[in-house]
Design a binder for this molecule. Structure first.
Ligand code: FE
Ligand code: ZN
Ligand code: FE
Length: 213
């Protein structure tokens, strides 16, 4: 990154966001296809349409500063999308894969929330109200998309992942998860990942929730 001013950093970050959104327009249809839950599939399809509008908004932002519309490889989203691909390759279609898709999609949304929060604030600092509003709209959409995924995870997908086949491993969580105490656990989406064949052993929110073993 060669930015020497906030204005230049703003442009760099815009290019990163632009590339990330482009990648997501390719990933979301694959995720929709892999999803078993109708709700989840339509959430991905709706967010694909939103993502297309977000790309147009970024193009408008580039115009407000007279910069060419250009992307620059977003390593962050590329990595998150790669992880999602692995899940789709390794898991059979069903509630556990759905839970994994949500876990991955929420990582992407959080990444975007951070990016657009920063971008909107940079636009404000730079006195570019038009850009600030456009980026703020996208920020709100990303937050809503994240919320929607949490609702789907909590209302249905994670419970089905828990009840379904797939708890055969010794990794199965013995804690009684049907006791309705899911609300203290962030989005709850990584719940279904409990028996995921995690490479590297990093496992979402597993930390500190199994003290009685
Ligand atoms: Fe987006
Ligand atoms: Zn990035
Ligand atoms: Fe998004």
């Amino acid at each position: 990154m060669s930015a020497k001013s906030l204005q230049e950093l703003f442009v760099e970050e815009l290019r990163d966001a632009y590339d990330g959104e482009k990648r997501l327009t390719k990933a979301l249809p694959r995720m929709a296809k892999a999803a078993e839950s109708d709700e989840l599939r339509s959430a991905f399809t709706n967010h694909l349409r939103e993502t297309e509008r977000q790309i147009q908004r970024l193009e408008q932002v580039f115009r407000t500063i007279g910069e060419p519309v250009r992307g620059k490889k977003c390593d962050g989203l590329m990595g998150i999308i790669e992880e999602g691909k692995s899940a789709m390759e390794e898991l059979d279609e069903g509630p556990v894969l759905d839970a994994a898709l949500i876990a991955g999609a929420q990582r992407a949304e959080h990444y975007e929330i951070a990016a657009y929060g920063t971008l909107a604030y940079f636009a404000e600092m730079l006195g570019n109200d038009k850009a600030k509003n456009l980026l703020g709209q996208t920020l709100d959409e990303e937050k809503a998309a994240d919320e929607k995924l949490s609702v789907i995870a909590k209302s249905k997908v994670n419970r089905e992942a828990l009840m379904g086949a797939g708890m055969e491993g010794e990794e199965a969580d013995e804690e009684t998860p049907r006791s309705g105490r899911g609300s203290s656990r962030g989005n709850g989406a990584s719940r279904g990942m409990a028996h995921d064949r995690s490479r590297g052993g990093v496992r979402g929110n597993a930390g500190g929730r199994r003290r009685s073993r």
